[in-house]
Ligand binder design. Sequence first.
Ligand code: BGC
Length: 395
Amino acid sequence: MTDKSKTESTKTPGMAADVSAMVKSGIELILEQQDPGGAYPASPSFSAYAGYCWFRDGSFIADAMSAAGQIESAERFFDWCSNVLTSRAARIQHIVSESLAGRPPADENMLPTRFTIDGAEGNDEWWDFQLDGYGTWLWALAEHSARHGRPLERWSNSITLTIDYLSASWQRPCYDWWEESAQHVHVSTLGCLAAGLEKISHTGWIEQPSADLAGSTAEQIRRLVQQDGARENHLTKWLGTTAVDASLLALIAPMNFLALHTPLANGTIAAIEEQLTVGNGVHRYLADTYYGGGQWPLLSCFLGLAHTAAGNQGRAHELLNWAASAARENEELPEQVQAHLLAPDHLQPWIERWGPSASPLLWSHAMFVRLAIALDMPHVTPDPSPVPAAKENAQ
Ligand code: BGC
């Protein structure tokens, strides 16, 4: 962007200590807020989010907890997802058979993006039909299993349901990561589905027909992204545009959908640095108006993860330190920082509608933890809860 200035780096001596303290307090906050049934509330104090758990936020939070050695917490979240899915098995099978018969159900009959803490569907109106979170949960499961050698049998029914659901529905337009633009097919959504389906197909924990279906669907998605989801050397926000969106960073890291060091991966990082980053703060996309369109600490962390994977640790440290500097009292990380607003006139109407923007946001803390760990920052994590021995997990 025109007023971009890398000299805004907030890297200061002694910052490493802050990072380490924030990793610990972030994990503690997530543990404290996690429901005994496994749900991670998106933000405990923000009226529009409190009481709900998203598959998208939750899967990235579980991945960060898994990376931090908090196996029990991550697996409790997977249990919650699994209960949400298996308790809707008949509905999912109906969606799948109708879709395969050429009668895809209306958007409002598809699975929602978020559920109440006890796994019910809320009564509040929401922009609900979003597919990405279901791919992200498959990806987080597969990562967790590979990282800790954990079995996946206990979730096998829900994994199969998810593979069937996504394989029958992946081509549909739906709301994106930001719960907007439902008329488009979003490239980051496609990437989350392909990454999840591909990874889960190779775990060895699912039946061959399901693994085959997951693998072949992932291949089709990959082909579509290659043909229509990349322009000017970078991935695009949706099929048929040249715009970018910061959610695309996740496809480089941590999801590894894009091969590293390729012109497309490097070009995507460069386009997001150029178009969406001011200093070290990252915007969601150029036309963003939500709470005035501020900068999102969790996106600086995704950019940092992409840079780390690309071998640019120095840049990743700047981004992590900026995210640390966005913390409020009690080391709380907000959803967004109202700096360099893209649409300042839109800030007040959102405050009037829902109050000040979300803080703390558990997903922001999770991405901070995930980046600090990727950068091998010295940190202490709270003692993990005991986990059941692997063999007790089997059904
Ligand atoms: C964001 C979503 C997120 C939700 C809960 C929304 O404002 O656009 O990406 O899942 O908040 O954190």
